[in-house]
Design a binder for this molecule. Structure first.
Ligand code: WT7
Length: 647
């Protein structure tokens, strides 16, 4: 084990669950024992939280690994579980979605309202010839109709493929073609940063080369002019809002394909991750209840992700709605029209559970504490994080500044492929450590292994794997079983390889270190970019950082750090020296960056992941590779022009 690993394990802060929360928690410590004693019986109990039209014969069929079948022989309808059963239980008047548009328009949608919309859409889709198993592409802004479209597909057994509304023509076209989608559901546009942002032109250009597409169904959101192809294009308000509001949900096989979602794929062709019905809903529904300790009568939940990512699928649509939650859905960006927008929304709707990403938390830190201080955040009781490792300092800031120093922070590790949360604290059980996702949830068997696939002892580091199948696991890569086997099941035998580095501390708790491709090899030591970034962010003047390994003639790779300073901090050579020393002191001399560059922004994908590949190009003074997946394509110019380089 490298020196730096030992140093990072020195994080000693611990946060016990609040006593009242622990006493009243949905899930208590015995869940680990139950799942440990009989994992399949545990998952069968969780599946029993749903309404099935036909009971399964077998919990798991793992006779042909890695192809799993969960709840074999069972049937259920996902939309029924998300809507009808709440209405039948007398909760139709409960608010399902408080929608907040970026321009400030609001809609309050009850479970009955949502049910009616979904039934109409299901009838409209059927009238357009969509049958069970057909693929439907959804390319939408963050508006309630996006959820309605997904649920309507689920209701009739069509397999949806949501494509993030920020993606380009090529990305959309490739995804429509790969899935042979028959229908595209879109909008004229949405609102982004204070102005309308069109979607329909991208669809028109994409669909021109997609012969499988028979119709394009268009929601009117911005009211801007759109070009129209008669016979192919249809308005949502003409076709869906006039359709019959009565629709009976059809039972689907537990293994019926629910959706395909393409992973970003920074280099190769995107992978169409396939999720199915019964196991997926079981796990996302259980984890929503367990990890957020969701109380249907009192909680107001808000997940700031976009529906185009798996977080939006599992923890905006299927997890919360299957639990009958009341949630906020926000269309826009966090700084439109001002930087207090998130906290204004929390105050307005009395949000009690907030689920967001480290990149946003660090951005809010950078904007300064006086912004959240202007709002009443006392409704918050659980704070969640997802998407990348959260640095201890960002974790502490989240708990202190947003959570009054009282609310549990749940750092949730999972992937598009895992479908639902896999590793996370339980807010009423776990004494958390800032920066650690802690333990696999009950029913999940994760491990950290070395190159040979042997478990590392406590205190060791290696690769994160999953040793047993789980209900919401991907079933394959759409149309490419071989690639499914090669990508996830070939690195180690009988284990799912997640592609992430991890370490297990002396207590057996897990620390995720990011993608293994982001581990640097400096003079023979493995150092993760995350560790150095966390060390930098723990300096009071640093708001954000990204670290890359650049080729170095003497050390193999050398550490190059890109740093954004907090608020008004001024950067000079003295500060750069101080930062390098700070890293050396925190992690050990081996982790001292060769070079630190102060930059105004960092290059991120639209899902908030830092594009280290581009920073490596800068660090190695190469011309830049492909920048088309950047959220903001001007940021690389900013970095290259505004950089003040230290030694
Ligand atoms: C990758 C999966 C999970 C939904 C959003 C991302 C990283 C995710 C954490 C976390 C450390 C994390 C991993 C993972 N990741 N959550 N809590 N701590 N790393 O889904 O786009 O499929 O990305 O995100 O590297 O493999 P995704």
């Amino acid at each position: 084990m490298s020196e730096t690993l030992e140093n990072l394990l020195q994080e000693t802060r611990r946060f016990e669950p609040p006593g009242d929360l622990a006493a009243d928690a949905n899930v208590k410590a015995d869940a680990y024992e139950q799942a440990g004693a009989d994992r399949l019986a545990f998952w069968a109990t969780q599946a029993g939280r749903l309404d099935w039209t036909k009971q399964w014969d077998q919990v798991l069929d793992w006779s042909n690994p890695p192809f799993a079948k969960w709840f074999v022989g069972g049937t259920l309808n996902v939309a029924y579980n998300c809507l009808d059963r709440h209405i039948e239980a007398g909760r139709g008047a409960k608010v399902a979605i408080h929608f907040e548009g970026e321009p400030g328009d609001r809609r309050t949608i009850t479970y009955s309202d949502l049910h009616t919309s979904v039934c109409r859409a299901a009838n409209a889709l059927t009238a357009l010839g969509i049958e069970p198993g057909d693929r439907v592409a959804i390319y939408m802004p963050m508006i309630p109709e996006a959820a309605v479209a997904m649920l309507a597909c689920a209701r009739i057994g069509a397999t949806h493929s949501v494509v993030f509304g920020g993606f380009s023509v090529d990305a959309l076209k490739g995804r429509i073609q790969d899935a042979d989608a028959k229908l595209v559901i879109t909008a004229d546009g949405g609102y982004r940063r204070g102005k309308p942002s069109a979607l329909k032109p991208t669809v028109d250009e994409s669909v021109a080369e997609c012969p499988s597409v028979e119709h394009v169904l268009v929601v009117r959101r911005t009211g801007e002019d759109v070009s129209w192809t008669d016979g192919r294009d249809l308005w949502w308000h003409e076709v869906v809002e006039t359709a019959d509001p009565v629709h009976e949900a059809q039972p689907m096989d537990a293994e019926h394909p629910l959706f395909i979602l393409y992973t970003s794929g920074t280099t190769a062709k995107p992978k169409g991750i396939l999720h199915t019905t019964g196991g997926y809903l079981t796990q996302v529904s259980y984890t929503f209840n367990a990890v957020f300790d969701h109380k249907p009568d009192t909680d107001v939940y808000w997940c700031t992700a976009d529906i185009g990512w798996v977080t939006g699928h599992s923890y905006i649509v299927y997890g919360p709605l299957s639990n009958g939650a009341t949630q906020v859905m926000y269309e826009g960006t966090p700084d439109t029209p001002h930087r207090g927008r998130f906290w204004e929304i929390v105050q307005q709707y009395k949000v009690s559970i907030l689920y967001t990403a480290p990149t946003l938390i660090r951005t809010m830190m950078k904007w300064g504490d006086d912004i959240p201080a202007e709002y009443d955040l006392s409704s918050l009781r659980i704070l969640g994080s997802v998407g990348e490792p959260i640095n201890p300092e960002a974790w502490i800031w989240y708990r202190q500044t947003i959570g009054r120093g009282e609310t549990p922070v749940v750092d949730t590790w999972w992937q598009t492929e895992t479908g639902g949360i896999m590793i996370s604290p339980l807010p009423g059980v776990t004494a958390t450590k800032p920066g650690s996702a802690m333990r696999p949830l009950p029913g999940i068997v994760a491990d950290v292994v070395d190159d040979q696939g042997n478990s590392v002892p406590n205190g060791g580091g290696g690769y994160l794997v999953l040793r047993e199948p789980w209900p919401s696991m991907l079933r394959t890569i759409w149309g490419d079983d071989q690639r499914f086997i090669e990508t996830y099941w070939s690195r180690f035998s009988n284990m799912y390889f997640a592609g992430d580095g991890a370490k297990r501390d002396e207590d057996g708790d897990l620390w995720l270190l990011g993608r293994v491709d982001d581990v640097m090899l400096v003079s023979g030591h493995n150092i993760s970019t995350t560790e150095v970034e966390s060390a930098l962010v723990s300096h009071p003047k640093v708001a954000e950082s990204a670290v890359v390994g650049a080729t170095d003639p003497t050390t193999g790779q050398a550490i190059v750090a890109f740093v954004i300073l907090r608020g008004a901090a001024e950067g000079d050579d003295a500060l750069l020296g101080e930062l390098r020393d700070h890293v050396a002191k925190t992690l050990g001399p081996i982790a001292k960056p060769r070079q630190i560059m102060l930059v105004p922004e960092l290059p991120k994908t639209r899902s908030g992941k830092i594009m280290r590949r581009l920073l490596r190009d800068v660090a190695e003074r190469r011309s830049l590779g492909d920048v088309t997946t950047l959220q903001d394509s001007t940021v690389m110019d900013l970095i290259q022009n505004g950089m003040s380089a230290g030694k």
